[in-house]
Design a protein around this ligand. Structure first.
Ligand SMILES: C[S@@+](CC[C@H](N)C(=O)[O-])C[C@H]1O[C@@H](n2cnc3c(N)ncnc32)[C@H](O)[C@@H]1O
Length: 458
């Protein structure tokens, strides 16, 4: 191929003096362009050689002209892409703020109240006021006699619910993470010891279990709760600050630790197993579908190439790999946001979070009593989409027409309900999700992506 290219170059003459010297500068660039053109075309070498000089010169000239035009065009396109990107980010920020304006909680945020039930050292419960409001005792509502916290964590929400509901007779707290469960167990029992009136009438059960097993857990507690249902269920998804802040768990982009990411440290699959031994296409799918990462292909290649040097074994090594591809720290394609998306994708895969969530939503709804409520707080769009779709599916029963319609302002005393969707089996009380108040967002940055949705059984 190289020899053919040289022969071809020698065959072409200098465009100005008709000589065949290859030293003329202008002809060199023309020749380079021409050779590229011909070798890229479908012509064979002999076909190229038969070209006459002037034809070659003309075509080379037109190629250079085209090239310059392309360069100019691509510069223009780059400029317009840059301004489009600026416009896009401006537009998406405006769109986000518009959506937020529509969905923002109008409940007053009381920081002292939140501090009573959580601390930055452990975990600050998100949208606590809103959760309490959904379950608040009201004349037209059945009392909250039984409650399951599917994600008890540091027991912030749970402690507040227990203290706000003297009518509560059964409390069940679940967490898949045994460390979180142990903390929550101690905290809830301390609460009971402080208040003798609580201890006398409230039955407390806590389990280190996955919320997808809610039915069998309730059966173990008392079969009657499975038959008649419980009055309230809460799912506050994602990780607690205790988990994120512990580098050994491998959830944090900002601290070095093992590539673990298991919510339940007794589970077998770790993030490093995926990165170092899963098929390349699966790694790509996780980055694309669970991380929603636009540059998934480049990352997939680099991750799989790293296997040749022994693989990735710490969060620091993974972050370094990302930093090498995306050195800027700010912006959507900066290493921080990219690493956050990559970590999200891996965490979802390690814990099979999306399928678990979907299955658990159906199971939780089945476990509600009549007019019982299920509250879900999610932290990213993949989760929120599942909550939204599953709620719709649950209340209308697959394949059937929706039995209700969009409602305007609710006519009862629950002012937090803006629009509902009624179905045969239940009512979605949040046609749009509720998002944290500006004040809460300002004081607790970790809550900024929270979305709260509520469904009520008929
Ligand atoms: C955001 S924290 C909950 C914080 C809690 N609401 C509080 O106020 O302290 C989420 C918790 O859910 C737990 N979790 C995540 N997936 C789970 C699952 N499938 N089953 C049970 N618990 C889960 C995590 O281990 C974590 O402790």
């Amino acid at each position: 191929m190289a020899a053919a290219r040289i022969l071809f170059l020698m065959y072409l003459g200098c465009p100005s003096c008709n000589c065949s010297s290859l030293t003329s500068l202008s002809s060199l660039s023309l020749l380079r362009a021409a050779s590229t053109f011909h070798f890229n075309s479908n012509l064979t070498y002999s076909g190229v050689a038969r070209y006459n000089t002037s034809k070659s010169y003309n075509s080379a000239r037109s190629i250079i002209h085209e090239k310059n035009k392309k360069k100019k065009f691509s510069k223009k396109r780059d400029d317009s892409n840059k301004s489009k990107k600026r416009d896009d980010s401006g537009w998406s920020a405006r769109a986000e703020s518009l959506v937020k304006r529509r969905t923002r909680s109008d409940k007053e945020f009381v920081w002292e109240h939140v501090q009573r039930y959580g601390s930055s050292g452990t975990h600050v419960p998100v949208m606590l006021g809103e959760v309490l409001e959904v379950f608040a005792p009201r004349p037209h509502r059945p009392p909250l006699r039984s409650f399951v916290d599917c994600t008890v964590g540091a027991a912030g929400h749970s402690s507040a619910i227990i203290q706000a509901h003297s009518e509560l007779q059964l409390y069940v707290g679940l967490d898949v993470d045994p460390l979180a469960h142990e903390k929550a167990h101690i905290r809830i029992h301390a609460l009971m010891n402080e208040d003798c009136s609580l201890a006398s009438k409230l039955n407390v059960y806590t389990f280190s279990k996955n919320f997808k097993d809610i039915k069998s857990i309730l059966r173990d507690v008392d079969e009657k709760f499975l038959i008649h249902g419980v009055d309230g269920i809460l799912m506050d998804l994602g990780m607690s600050s205790m988990q994120v802040n512990n580098a050994e768990r491998g959830f944090s982009v900002l601290s070095d630790g093992p590539l673990d990411m298991r919510m339940n440290p007794q589970a077998s699959l770790k993030a490093e197993d995926i990165l170092n031994s899963w098929p390349e296409a699966e790694v790509g799918r996780i980055l694309r579908e669970y991380g929603e990462e636009g540059n998934w292909q480049r990352l997939q290649k680099k991750i799989v190439n790293a296997r040749l040097d022994g693989g990735l074994h710490s969060t620091g090594e993974l972050v370094n790999l990302i930093q090498k591809i995306f050195p800027a720290s700010g912006g959507r394609n900066g290493w921080i946001k990219t690493a956050t998306r990559v970590f999200q994708g891996l965490r979802i895969a390690v814990n099979n979070e999306l399928q678990t969530l979907e299955d658990a939503l159906y199971a939780c709804f089945d476990c509600l009593s009549s007019r019982g409520r299920l509250v879900v707080i999610s932290f990213h769009s993949l989760e929120d989409r599942i909550v939204k779709q599953t709620f719709l599916d649950i209340i209308v029963n697959k394949g059937e027409e929706m039995d209700g319609n969009m409602k305007g302002k609710d006519d009862n005393d629950e002012t937090w309900i803006k629009q509902k969707i009624e179905g045969r089996k239940g009512t979605i009380l949040t046609k749009r999700p509720i998002t944290p108040s500006e004040e809460e967002e300002r004081l607790n940055r970790r809550c900024r992506s929270a979305r709260l949705r509520v469904v009520q059984k008929v």
